[in-house]
Design a protein around this ligand. Structure first.
Ligand code: NAD
Length: 553
């Protein structure tokens, strides 16, 4: 597909091949002239639909489905049939449909993938074919690919190992890149590296579509991943690679291995870090605090926790502290209590930098009492872990505690917004990982914010694509977070919302892209020269889901 300034597109496809090409298909909206020119007469119902009629029909069909999985299947079928219509529908109903094409419903879809499978999408790279990855990658039909999302299916959302069925996650993430930041659909590529599966239920499921063996481990695992990354990178050297839903033991080493060598990032680590940092920066507009003065306690010490902390450290370094000083402002608890150098167990590598040289403490309440944090962040998957005792203790030491209960889904949330408001007498900044309905407290309505990664990663992807960055740095995520925090309106803050309206996502992504480009230009890591009117250039590169006029070649 051409660039978005091109209103007329020259195409060579004809007849049923054109109708079956999801990128070019207009379905019942092909005009009389196009039907004549492209041999479509007789292949379509006679009435020429307007785009609005098509959207109305698709919306009706979508809303007629009475289960979320039914809605997912409907949307994916539309995705496979007519991408323009799919994205137009998605953009008009982003808040309604994101929970279907992405978390939580995409998780259910991945669990049932072998049973609901209709049409192939993306690339499957099985370990046994690793010697041939460079050949296999050439089977992808598109010459131009700009964003690639790769998973090994090992830790799909909170659902664990789903193996090759995890392909649904890169598909969903890439839909968000297109919808939110206008990456061209044909320039996206979902990939699953199939290194086996340790999920016994799926292994025994005759309809499971992946390789039926246990996971490859150790050096062999890293070799397979490397073969795939090299193959992808050789074919599209300037494409962005996003690592997605890898287990922690692989996510951190893979990021370390590739982040300086190619244009890549891990959304579970860095994207989460960026979006939560943005929420904190916006919170500080309410509490009137400075980032460098915060004392932050994390419940959970996995990829989200460390990703968030690393990003806040990057922010503190930009603002005033040394790296060492910044790291001293964090306290982590995992399932064994406070993460310390003294507790006698072997700490996972990603925790070591944050381990404290102090005596072990078992409970969150003890830590809150001794640390007196200004911010607590829940990424532990422990429902209710921010108990009344914990929240009331925190409130004793700060005027307005900042409480981010980020575990997903809603049922895993460390505390609800209602609890946070009640236990602090309404003096709290609260954000969650999954959306909550607005709440009423003492006659006032609060619409709490959701720290959704989709605020950040699409704009980062757009930015690095526009300036053709050679790598992704933490400064880019810090800049993206600052931009996002500044886009939160005063009205949002008054309602307790520390994230902007998701319906403004295209504007948000464009501004984030600009801030990311500025970092790349100033760090000298962009291939493209900075244009005068950067924002306009960024906007002009965004795909719009409207039909182009076709001309035959
Ligand atoms: P993870 O499995 O890597 O980490 C979970 C951590 O919780 C581990 O360190 C574990 O030791 C710790 N833990 C388990 N039981 C505990 C207990 N009783 N007390 C204290 N700690 C305990 O998972 P993750 O990727 O870091 O994600 C964690 C949660 O954060 C998930 O629910 C995820 O959905 C959510 N999340 C939200 C966002 C967002 O809001 N944007 C982004 C990423 C992740």
């Amino acid at each position: 597909m051409g660039n978005c300034e091109q209103k007329v597109l020259q195409i060579s496809k004809r007849g049923i091949d054109l109708v079956r090409d999801p990128i070019l298909n207009k379905g019942t909206a092909f005009s009389e002239k196009e039907r004549e020119e492209f041999n479509l007469h007789g292949l379509l119902p006679p009435h020429v639909s307007t785009f609005e009629e098509q959207i109305q029909r698709a919306t009706e069909n979508y809303r007629r489905k009475d289960t979320d999985i039914g809605k997912y299947i409907f949307l994916e079928a539309l995705h496979d049939r007519n991408e323009i219509l799919y994205y137009a529908l998605l953009l008009r109903n982003l808040e309604e449909m994101t929970p279907i094409i992405y978390t939580p419903t995409v998780g259910l879809a991945c669990q049932q993938y072998g049973h609901i499978f209709r049409q192939t999408r993306g690339m499957y790279m099985p370990a046994k074919a690793k010697e041939n990855f460079k050949k296999i990658i050439n089977n992808w039909p598109e010459e131009k690919v700009n964003v690639i999302v790769i998973t090994d299916g090992s830790r799909i959302l909170g659902l664990g190992d789903l193996g090759a069925s995890g392909i649904g996650i890169p598909i969903g993430k890439l839909s968000l890149y297109v919808a939110c930041a206008g990456i061209y659909p044909s320039e996206t590529l979902p990939v699953v590296i199939d290194v086996g599966i340790d999920n016994e239920k799926l292994l025994k499921d005759s309809l499971y579509l992946g390789e039926k063996h246990h996971r490859i481990t150790g050096e062999e695992y890293y070799d397979v991943i490397d073969e795939c990354i090299v193959a992808v990178h050789e074919r599209w050297p300037k494409a962005l690679i996003q690592f997605e839903d890898f287990t922690n033991n692989h996510a951190f080493p893979l990021l370390k291995k590739y982040r300086e060598k190619l244009l890549c990032f891990n959304d579970d680590i860095q994207g989460t870090g960026g979006v939560v940092l943005a929420g904190i920066l916006a919170s500080l507009r309410i509490t009137k605090g400075k980032l460098c003065d915060q004392r932050i306690v994390f419940l959970g010490a996995g990829s989200a926790a460390v990703g968030i902390a690393d990003m806040i450290v990057a922010g503190m370094i930009e603002e005033c502290l040394s790296e060492q000083e910044a790291r001293r402002r964090f306290w982590f608890l995992d399932s064994k209590g406070l993460v310390t150098t003294t507790r006698g167990d072997k700490l996972a590598e990603h925790k070591i930098l944050y381990a404290r040289d102090e005596k072990p403490q078992k409970t969150l309440l003890e830590v809150i009492k001794s640390v007196k944090p200004t911010i607590i962040i829940g990424v532990s998957k422990q429902q209710g872990a921010f108990s009344e005792d914990v929240v009331r203790e925190m409130k004793k030491h700060v005027d307005i505690p900042v409480i981010f209960a980020l575990s997903n889904p809603t049922s895993k949330s460390e505390c609800t917004p209602t609890q946070a408001y009640e236990w602090t007498d309404g003096n709290v900044v609260y954000a969650s990982g999954s959306p909550f309905e607005p709440i009423k407290y003492k006659g006032k309505t609060y619409a709490t914010g959701q720290g959704n990664n989709m605020y950040i990663f699409p704009g980062v992807g757009l930015g690095v694509n526009v300036c053709k960055a050679t790598k992704i740095t933490d400064s880019m995520f810090y800049a993206a977070a600052k931009t996002l925090a500044n886009l939160v309106s005063k009205e949002d803050l008054k309602k307790g919302r520390v994230y902007p309206d998701l319906n403004d996502i295209r504007k948000i992504s464009a501004h984030i892209a600009v801030s990311v480009c500025e970092v790349a230009y100033s760090e000298g890591i962009a291939w493209e020269k900075r244009p005068e009117n950067l924002l306009e250039v960024v906007k002009s590169k965004m795909f719009q889901p409207v039909y182009l006029q076709y001309e035959a070649v």
